[in-house]
Write a protein that binds this ligand. Structure first.
Ligand code: FAD
Length: 340
């Protein structure tokens, strides 16, 4: 295992920000994880974990040791006639795991296909798409306590999963490295087609009894047609979370903006579409320095000129203030800000 210094992170973040890590290593085993902690401890370096870099805004420098998981094992741990428990290493590419499980007849993850990034990061913001969240499948998460230098297992129900949130993104942010995750998947083919855009696409394609593979392929096709490709247009996916507001206030907004999408969360709260608020504030396609809001998808901040993390955040701040002034709703950014 090698430790490198002054490493460019330009190819380690999909937003295309030019950033450098003071020290950098790749980890592939328990021994590597422990060696990384020891290296950092003897030099008093803070530890930062960077997966696929698809949900981060990097500063120009990351001080300390950046640890990049690379293990990609997918192991069947247990199965019955009804379910399979699969353990995947932190470094495994999420999209590959979704397709692998579907091919083996372990179902449930199809709606989450094509989400970029690593399996270790997937529970961090409880990845979700097309009406499904990973929280529904997380049996447990194997972690390394960075300060106690000890491995532990945390059950899915104790991870604090919520909409694009978990304790790993909140109170536990600098405490745990996720080493692997266990997913409990169904061996009975069943699909979730409740998300309107998915149901419409299936109907349009004449698929009235969709299989899990039909759902996987349809979601992949919708995503490919809607989202800018990070290889040609650097971005971090949805840059803002959909805000959750009091339903009384949401209804007031709806009276003023009858075309505004609105989803009930519970008896008292409703979710608004951040993309609608941004577009209605005139910011779809808005350009700022080297970055801008996508011409095609109001929620996606693009960075074709490889602007700095600070430039991207300045644009995000402008979007937040403009939406706040028009709708009195505060948007939160979804990616994690790292470094100076
Ligand atoms: C085009 C595009 C589309 C996207 N679509 C979606 C979507 O539909 N739904 C969705 O939820 N997200 C989406 N995202 C966001 C992103 O893909 C997910 O959040 C993904 O899980 C991030 O994985 P990553 O490996 O790139 O994490 P990174 O960006 O490297 O890291 C994100 C956070 O997780 C932490 N982290 C990473 N690995 C570990 C680990 N092993 N242990 C502990 N902490 C760790 C990092 O420290 C950081 O805080 C999209 C992004 C892009 C670019």
């Amino acid at each position: 295992m090698q430790f490198e210094s002054d490493v460019s992170l330009g190819s380690f973040n999909t937003l295309g920000v030019m950033s450098r890590a003071e020290y950098f290593c790749r980890v592939n085993s328990d021994a590597d994880w422990l060696a990384a902690l020891d290296y950092a401890k003897t030099r008093s370096l803070p530890v930062t974990i960077l997966g696929g870099g698809s949900n981060v805004v990097l500063g120009s420098a990351l001080v300390g040791l950046v640890v990049h998981p690379v293990g990609n094992g997918i192991d069947l741990i247990e199965q019955t006639d009804g379910y399979a428990v699969v353990e995947v290493a932190a470094g495994a590419e999420w999209d590959r795991v979704v397709r692998h499980c579907n091919e083996r007849g372990w179902f449930g993850l199809e709606n989450l296909v094509s989400i970029p990034g690593s399996c270790g990061a997937a529970p961090v913001q409880n990845i979700g798409a097309y009406g499904v969240e990973i929280a529904q499948f997380v049996d447990s998460v194997r972690v390394l306590d960075i300060h106690a230098r000890a491995f532990d297992t945390i059950h899915g129900q104790d991870c604090g999963f919520a909409y694009r949130e978990s304790h790993f993104k909140g109170a536990w942010r600098d405490r745990y490295a996720i080493v692997s995750i266990r997913l409990r998947l169904s061996k009975t083919p069943s699909v979730n087609t409740r998300y309107a855009a998915l149901a419409q696409a299936l109907t349009r394609d004449g698929i009235d009894q969709p299989s899990p593979l039909d759902v996987l392929n349809t979601v992949a096709a919708i995503r490919a047609s809607k989202l800018p490709d990070v290889r040609t247009m650097p971005n971090a996916g949805s840059f803002f979370k959909n805000p959750i507001v009091n339903t009384d206030y949401a209804k007031k907004l709806l009276a003023q903006h009858p075309d505004m999408p609105l989803y009930a969360v519970d008896e008292h709260r409703s979710k608004l579409a951040a993309a609608y608020l941004i577009e209605a504030s005139g910011l779809k396609g808005y350009k700022h320095a080297d970055c801008g809001m996508s011409d095609d998808h109001a929620l996606v901040l693009v960075n074709p000129g490889h602007g700095s993390g600070a430039e991207c955040l300045a644009l995000a701040d402008y979007v937040i203030k403009t939406v706040q002034a028009k709708f009195s709703v505060t948007l939160d950014i979804e990616p994690v800000v790292m470094g100076s």
